[in-house]
Ligand binder design. Sequence first.
Ligand code: HEM
Length: 316
Amino acid sequence: MRIRKVVRAFTEPAALQNYVGFVDAVAEEHLLKYWECKQQLKVQPLAEKFTFTLACRLILNIHESEEVEELEKLFNRLVSGLIAWPVNLPGTRYNRALQASKELRKKFETMIRQRRTDVQEKKKLVSKQDIFSLLLQEKYKDGENVSESDLANKITGVILAAHISTSSTMVSIIKSLAELPQVYEGVLKEHMEIAKSKGPEELLNFEDIRKMRYSWNVASEVLRLQPLSSGTFREALADFQYNEFIIRKGWKLHWGMLLTQKKILNTFRILKSLIHRDLKEINREFHSRMSHLAEVLTYVLESSMLSYKSLYSCIM
Ligand code: HEM
């Protein structure tokens, strides 16, 4: 099953254009219900609620709030056991996560059976825009239909990937905006200009999103400095050399987003110290510093390109 191909079909710009207005409407509904008139609130659980609702609506086509809440509770139990001691005893987080995962799989298997029957009976046409429908059309290499349990696992994985990554990114962006008022002002100005150009009930469209150049840069910068994962794994498909390291075909590699960005912070520290010292001192240190900087910058550029390549391979 080609999960990456399916997700790409769903997240490519042509497909995204169809969801912008819908996401805007869900965001407005969410803000009015949970954010408006609150003096204080916890951003993270609310961001998770928002992205989970979106995932249910866009990926599974589930719109009833009771059904969404029931799934949300099960997913929360599953997530809280993802990083827990693997002790499968009643009452432990790990045990509760395993139970939740079983219940989720059962629910998804029922949905899959129902959708397959609907398609066979031609009650509903398969929509090309919904990941669930795209996954249902996937086959094993031998042409057989994918089993219900395999599909249920993939659906659980896609919902987790979509909902947790997006809510964590939202929380990091909001935190950065709270810490950097001048950046917050820039984002607000850009959004207000777009808001002023719209009618009272008019929803955002893809053109509006394309105008948000500054906001996009802020989001990219937040992801660069606070990547949501420490890194991911790869397998070398051929022998290759990276600097002085020789990597052999078949080796398992871990590329670390977090560590590469620490190098960037070092670069900032070096630049900051250069700015604050007096000119004589800068002159003395200039040559040794610059050669070190050039080395660090080359490293940073190479590693940022790796990070972006990976991010885009998932998002685009
Ligand atoms: C701000 C939002 C998001 C960020 C920052 C993000 C980031 C990432 C990263 C860094 C990876 C690992 C890529 C790698 O190993 O090279 C990944 C994998 C993945 N993401 Fe996202 N993601 C986001 C949103 C989404 C959404 C909305 C979906 C689904 C609709 C999604 C589905 C996936 C899937 C299925 C994988 C595993 C792909 C594979 O291993 O083949 N992600 N994501």
